[in-house]
Every structure is written in structure tokens, then in C-alpha cells.
Design a protein around this ligand. Structure first.
Ligand code: FAD
Length: 413
């Protein structure tokens, strides 16, 4: 007899692995599948923020993750287009987490995704009832209007798995979203970025650096430190602007690191890979992320912050909210899209305001003088830096950043 799982989780990246971990806590019967074999790489900036830390605490995984190879982050540097740096010390505020309610010291990490994802996957594999690697989902199984499982290929053979609910955690190009009719690609809500690991970049410390360079406004160039003097370096921008301006990100990255004020830092640096690109579906629009018997999480639901490019935190949040909704669906024996609307509503209640603010900031980031003005003020004024730190910690409403009065006050500060 075919076993029917409570849920099939398609994709074992941060969203899928975390969903499996929460599902185990909720006593759900889970099948976790991924088309890759772990450890596998994922193109990313590798930076983990307070949101991620908060979920890791909730899952009792923080201490283990903090010991993984990588770097601990205590400062964020914002670089203006005319090359003034504002350094924001993260330790000035505690982080108040919107989903877990936890108040924790604000610190971040940079950990290669090959390492982090493998750690999360191995933890998830320990608790999932069944786990398949190299299982590529090709289609969904339907009974009438209801999605009741997946069809995929493993070891060269087609295989079907049935479940009450399918969680699409399969990233930006989500097969689950496509087959469920929930996939949408609009280049205005899409960012493209490339990453290149380097050895021996000068002046790395315990800071992540976001430089708003002219080559990619309203995007940015980043330098994030890793273990043993290595760094994650990359550049990204909105897809529609990239197409309009015909920007080649590889050329742009080379130009930026070859010119002032960055050239001296890359004089003795050596890339350890060719530049590699990936897509970021950003949450500047609310995409439908539920249907009959199906929920979309993480990048499959397009939850990346449009201003910072941070997506892991929201992927973990979505896992937490999705498992709650599935647990309630089982109790109510109702797996309809109408029932699962609560998942999306609760998720967007938690992250919607922040995403709306970041969307406005992404738009404002196109105005070079405004970026120069704000970052100059922050660089030279303790109170402004404190305010920005407070916003990152959720202690001060981020909405202020999109209010013209905020900039008027800055003018006289
Ligand atoms: C260049 C770049 C820089 C970024 N920098 C940061 C950063 O510094 N910090 C941050 O927080 N976020 C960053 N992001 C965003 C972040 O990488 C994503 O938001 C995050 O990976 C989302 O996790 P996920 O689990 O939803 O998807 P993914 O991490 O993409 O995982 C999806 C999984 O699904 C599997 N899969 C796909 N299709 C199938 C299928 N058909 N069948 C079975 N399995 C399948 C894949 O193998 C993969 O393991 C960056 C993104 C890019 C592109």
C-alpha cells in the first residue's frame, strides 16, 4: 500500500530543511526530497542576519551553526556612490524578532552555503520520515482539483509520492509553482547577481560591506568576509534595469574592483572560481503562494528583501508559518486553498511592512544624490547611525526611511 505522508517537502535548501525540522517538532509525517546531493553549492552572499539567528535559537541549532567555518559579523558598512562609508555597529541594539518574539544580541554570520545548507540538510534528514537526494520533481499528482503528491525521477526511474500537502521549497525556478499555476516572472520584481569567492582581499574584518556603486544603481557591490582570509564578493541589480542599460555584471564587477577606492584591496587578491550568477525573486510584489494541497516557501514564493537581497531569513520564517498552517489543516481535515490562505496572510502580516519599506528604498536607491546625502549624514553623525542600527534591530520603525520628513530632519541634524 502507498504510504501517504502529511507533507512532501520539495527542495531541501534553507526553506525545506527548516520546514522538515519544524514539522518534526509538530509530530508530522514528512518526506523530504531534493534533486541535488548534499553538500551542494548555492550562489549567495552567504550572509545570515538576526532573523536567521532567531530561528536557529528556536530550533536549538544556534551554537552548532556559530561553530561552522565562516565569519561573525558585528558591523555593517554602507558605501555611498561618491565613496563615503558609514559604519553601523550592530552591537548598539538587541534584535527584536518579529516572528519568534525573541530579543537577542544583534550579530550576524557569513557562512558558505555549501556548509550551512549541508548542516541544515543533515539535521533535517535525521528527523524526516523519508529523505531522497537526487530526486528531481517533474510534476504534481492531482485528484480532481486537489494536489495530492509529486511525480519525479530518482535513480533513472519514475516514482510517485503522495501526501496531504506539497510544500514547494524548490527555489526561484520552482517546478512546484509552475505546475501549480502559481509561477510568475516579472523582471521588475527580479534581481540578478553574481558571486565570486576570493582569497587575500585586503582590509577584511568583522564587517559586511554594501557599496552602492554607479555601475549597478539601484543595486550594490558587496564584500563579505569568510574564514581564513577568504571573501564572498559580488554585484547585483534589478533585472529590468540591467536589461535596459545592457549591463554585463561580470564586466561591472571587474571594473569596480579595478578602480578607486577598491583596487588596492584587490591588488593581491586571487579569485578561487569564475563568477557565477543566479536569480533573486524579490518581495516587491505579493505573489500567491498557496493552492489546493500546496504551499510555496522561500524563493519559490518570492520573499527576498528587494533592498538588501536577504532571503534566507524570510525562507525560514515561511517554513515556520507553513508548518503551523499544515498542522491546523490536519486538525480540520481541510487541505483546500481557501484554508491555506491563512498561511500567506500570516506570513505577510509578519514581513509585509518590511518588504514594502524595502521596495520603496530600492526605488529611492536609484537617486544617487539621496544615497550620497543619507550615507554622508550617517557617516558623520552618531545619532543617525544609531537610528539605522535601531531600524535593523526592529527597535525603531523602518518606515521612517521612506518618509520625506526623515530626510528633512537629516538636513538639519
Ligand atoms: C547572488 C545572490 C546573493 C544572495 N545573498 C544573500 C545573502 O547574503 N543573505 C541572504 O539571506 N540571502 C541571500 N540571497 C538569497 C538566498 O540565496 C535565497 O533567498 C535562499 O537560498 C532561499 O532559500 P530556499 O530554500 O527558498 O531556496 P534554495 O536555497 O534555492 O533551495 C532550493 C532547493 O530546491 C532544490 N530543487 C530545485 N528544483 C527541484 C526539483 N524540481 N526537485 C527537487 N528539488 C529541487 C534545489 O536543489 C535546492 O536545494 C542571495 C541570492 C543570490 C542569487
Amino acid at each position: 500500500m502507498t504510504e501517504i505522508y502529511d507533507m512532501i517537502i520539495v527542495g531541501a535548501g534553507p526553506a525545506g530543511a527548516t520546514a522538515a525540522l519544524y514539522a518534526h517538532r509538530a509530530g508530522l509525517n514528512v518526506c523530504l526530497v531534493d534533486k541535488a546531493r548534499f553538500p551542494r553549492d548555492k550562489i549567495c552572499g552567504d550572509a545570515l542576519s538576526g532573523k536567521v539567528v532567531s530561528i536557529l535559537y528556536e530550533l536549538d541549532l544556534f551554537d552548532q551553526v556559530a561553530r561552522l567555518p565562516g565569519a561573525t559579523i558585528r558591523e555593517v558598512v554602507f558605501g555611498s556612490p561618491n565613496h563615503v562609508d558609514a559604519r553601523v555597529d550592530l552591537r548598539r541594539y538587541d534584535h527584536r524578532d518579529q516572528a519568534t518574539g525573541k530579543i537577542l544580541p544583534m550579530e550576524g554570520f557569513v557562512i558558505r552555503r555549501e556548509v550551512l545548507d549541508n548542516f541544515l540538510f543533515q539535521e533535517a534528514k535525521k528527523v524526516a520520515n523519508t529523505c531522497y537526494e537526487e530526486f528531481a520533481v517533474k510534476d504534481l499528482i492531482r485528484e480532481n482539483e486537489q494536489i495530492v503528491g509529486v511525480r519525479g525521477v530518482v535513480d533513472g526511474r519514475e516514482r510517485e509520492i503522495q501526501a496531504r500537502v506539497v510544500l514547494g521549497c524548490d527555489g526561484f525556478n520552482s517546478m512546484v509553482a509552475r505546475k501549480a499555476g502559481l509561477y510568475a516572472h516579472e523582471s521588475v520584481h527580479w534581481v540578478v547577481a553574481i558571486r565570486r569567492y576570493y582569497e587575500n582581499v585586503a582590509e577584511l574584518g568583522d564587517q559586511i560591506e554594501l557599496h552602492f556603486v554607479d555601475e549597478v544603481l539601484p543595486g550594490y557591490f558587496w564584500i563579505f568576509p569568510l574564514e581564513n582570509g577568504t571573501a564572498n564578493v559580488g554585484i547585483g541589480m534589478r533585472h529590468d534595469v540591467l536589461k535596459k542599460r545592457r549591463v554585463d555584471l561580470k564586466v561591472a564587477l571587474n571594473e569596480v574592483i579595478s578602480r578607486s577606492p577598491y583596487a588596492h584591496r584587490f591588488k593581491n587578491a586571487r579569485p578561487t572560481e569564475d563568477p557565477v550568477g543566479w536569480n533573486l525573486p524579490v518581495g516587491s510584489t505579493r505573489r500567491k503562494s498557496y493552492g489546493n494541497g500546496v504551499l510555496l516557501l522561500g524563493d519559490a514564493a518570492g520573499l527576498i528583501d528587494p533592498f538588501t537581497g536577504e532571503g534566507i531569513g524570510n525562507a525560514l520564517y515561511s517554513a515556520r508559518f507553513a508548518v503551523d498552517a499544515v498542522q491546523e489543516a490536519i486538525a480540520a481535515d481541510d487541505y483546500s486553498g481557501t484554508f491555506f490562505k491563512r498561511y500567506e496572510d500570516r506570513l505577510w502580516d509578519a514581513i509585509g511592512d518590511e518588504l514594502a519599506t524595502s521596495t520603496r528604498m530600492q526605488k529611492m536607491g536609484q537617486w544617487r544624490p539621496l544615497l550620497n546625502f543619507t550615507i554622508h549624514k550617517a557617516a558623520h553623525n552618531d545619532k543617525v547611525r544609531d537610528l539605522i542600527c535601531g531600524m535593523m534591530a526592529n527597535a525603531v520603525p523602518k518606515k521612517q526611511l521612506t518618509n520625506p520628513l526623515f530626510y528633512l530632519k537629516l538636513l538639519f541634524s
